[in-house]
Ligand binder design. Structure first.
Ligand code: DC
Length: 232
């Protein structure tokens, strides 16, 4: 379905795409909160399908089974009492499992399958609800919301992204090395950027922001300026 015929074509959309560790998740959540808009974490959908496929011991090369699994997997988002976003997969809180490197790598692998991507397309577009939507992912500005009025592509050096991820995981008590994370990030970027369908790349009309060395607040302010000018 063309985006113009999709639900709520008049509702404002801001797309925030970029590689893993570029700060997309943090920035997108803050921007959505400041604007009072809805937030779509599209990566969580791919991770949820990957985790559900793992629960059913599906072979990641069995495309037909993965497509059935994509259609059958229910994904719910809700805030915990502490305001932390939680993700429910088939009714089970799978937030911590979703955030693991294993789930990320499996999500990246299944995300290269065109039928899995198209099975998730309308589900993502359904998040476009008033008063607006901030959509975070890899192909939000290129494929899912190509006519979005505001498009951002965040980047950061692979080293800085590995370091950010290292800090996040260390805070959670997960034992990893920066070198190992860097290798995983470079491998995942290559897979996401080189796949045939919806590869990771900025939309031609996206504003590219390199977040290396920038404080979160600085990036948030720059992104908000795109919606309402520098005086917001
Ligand atoms: O943003 P993330 O790290 O949670 O995403 C996990 C994987 O899902 C990522 O490596 C590629 C895939 N993905 C995608 O292909 N398209 C999206 N819009 C979001 C994520």
């Amino acid at each position: 379905m063309d985006e113009t015929t999709a639900a709520n074509p008049d509702v404002d959309v801001m797309t925030i795409d970029g590689p893993s560790g570029s700060g997309k998740g943090t920035i997108s959540r803050l921007v959505a909160a400041r604007l009072g808009w809805h937030y779509l974490d599209s990566g969580a959908l791919y991770r949820a399908v990957a985790v559900a496929a793992g629960w059913s011991s599906l072979d990641l090369s069995d495309v037909a089974a993965l497509v059935r699994c994509t259609h059958a997997t229910e994904v719910g988002f809700r805030d915990s009492a502490e305001g932390e976003p939680r993700v429910l997969v088939n009714g089970i809180d799978a937030t911590d499992e979703l955030r693991t490197e294993t789930a990320g790598a499996a999500a990246s692998a299944i995300a290269a399958i065109p039928e899995v991507r198209s099975a998730l397309t309308e589900r993502q577009r359904a998040f476009r609800q008033p008063p607006g939507l901030v959509a975070d992912g890899r192909d939000m500005g290129t494929v899912i919301f190509p006519q979005a009025a505001h498009k951002v592509f965040l980047t950061a050096s692979a080293e800085e992204r590995a370091e950010r991820r290292y800090k996040q995981l260390k805070d959670k008590g997960v034992s990893v090395t920066i070198g190992g994370l860097l290798q995983e990030i470079v491998a995942r970027d290559a897979r996401d950027a080189n796949r045939a369908v919806a590869p990771l790349r900025p939309a031609p009309d996206a504003v590219v922001i390199d977040t290396t060395g920038l404080a979160v607040e600085v990036v948030v302010a720059r992104v908000l300026e795109l919606v309402s000018g520098p005086h917001r």
